[in-house]
Design a protein. Structure first.
Length: 297
């Protein structure tokens, strides 16, 4: 019986050491977290978000009151319609002068024919040429004035169009949408509350692909590179380990002191390098879980 008592601690210690030897480094699971804030000010008319909800990118989860914005847009549209109705009809206003020019040109041709037969005088031809020059000058001046008036109205209309585009953008921002596929971690506001630009509404995290942030020693640094596959051993409590395949996506270029919450295989190493490993989530991995990794050689 005594022999069994002495042997049992040895077996437990051997088991622990064997498990530790499976790990080249340890770390904590993280996820891409986004704090979604209000992009407009007003009352939250609806806010259909609960912690734990699974959202898809672009899902509309709420609406900020945009009544005043919509009324402003209607007013601009009415003003724009009235402005465009005052746009001059250039052709109709120039038609009268064009007819006078045609009449003067016809009279000029008639006098030129009469002059050849000595029936008309040079003075008559000079008079009609002068009249034609005046009409043509009036035509060009009228045409230019109408063009300037039209361009001014078009410029004002374009400015109103830009105002409408700005309001449309503000209306879009009044609609609260999920920026990524993910799970709602925290909800900061409730339906009926007043919100303002920049005020946090909820936090969403992409849990489809978890990130294991671990630390390796300088000796291990030579064994790894970005894009390399590693074995990830996630801890689920009661000494339960599950193996996942991860890919190294980032290696720090600077060393740092070992974080107090992290253990390295070589406890004598004070300086370590942070690395990040992307791990596909089967739904069981959670933010803050501990895991070890084994470098695949």
């Amino acid at each position: 019986m005594k022999a069994f008592i002495y042997i049992l601690p040895f077996i437990l210690l051997l088991s622990c050491n064997s498990e530790e030897n499976l790990r080249d480094a340890t770390g904590v699971f993280e996820a891409t977290e986004i704090l979604v804030s209000a992009e407009a000010s007003g009352k939250l008319l609806s806010f259909m978000v609960n912690e734990g909800d699974q959202l898809q990118k672009g899902d509309v989860v709420g609406q900020i009151d945009s009544t005043q914005l919509y009324l402003n847009k209607l007013q601009i549209e009415a003003n724009q319609l009235a402005l465009l109705s005052s746009r001059p009809d250039m052709q109709s206003q120039l038609n009268a002068i064009e007819k006078e020019i045609e009449k003067a040109e016809f009279e000029k041709e008639r006098i030129e024919k009469l002059l050849k037969g000595d029936v008309a005088t040079q003075k008559q031809l000079d008079d009609v040429n002068a009249q034609l020059e005046v009409l043509q000058a009036n035509y060009e001046a009228k045409k230019r004035a109408l063009q300037i008036q039209t361009e001014a109205i078009d410029a004002q209309s374009a400015a109103m169009e830009a105002q409408k585009d700005l309001i449309d953008d503000q209306l879009d921002r009044s609609s609260i949408q999920s920026p990524i596929n993910g799970s709602v971690l925290v909800k900061y506001a409730e339906e009926g509350e007043l919100t303002a630009i920049g005020k946090p509404l909820f936090k969403v995290a992409d849990l489809e692909k978890m990130i294991l942030k671990a630390y390796v020693t300088s000796d291990q640094l030579a064994l790894i590179k970005t894009g390399q596959e590693v074995q990830v051993l996630a801890e689920f409590g009661k000494e339960e380990l599950r193996e996942y395949l991860g890919v190294i996506t980032w290696i720090s270029s600077k060393s740092e002191f070992t974080p107090k919450t992290i253990q390295t295989q070589d406890e004598r190493a004070n300086l370590v390098y942070a690395i990040k490993i992307a791990v596909p989530n089967d739904g069981d991995l959670k933010i803050g879980m501990y895991a070890g990794l084994k470098i695949i050689e």
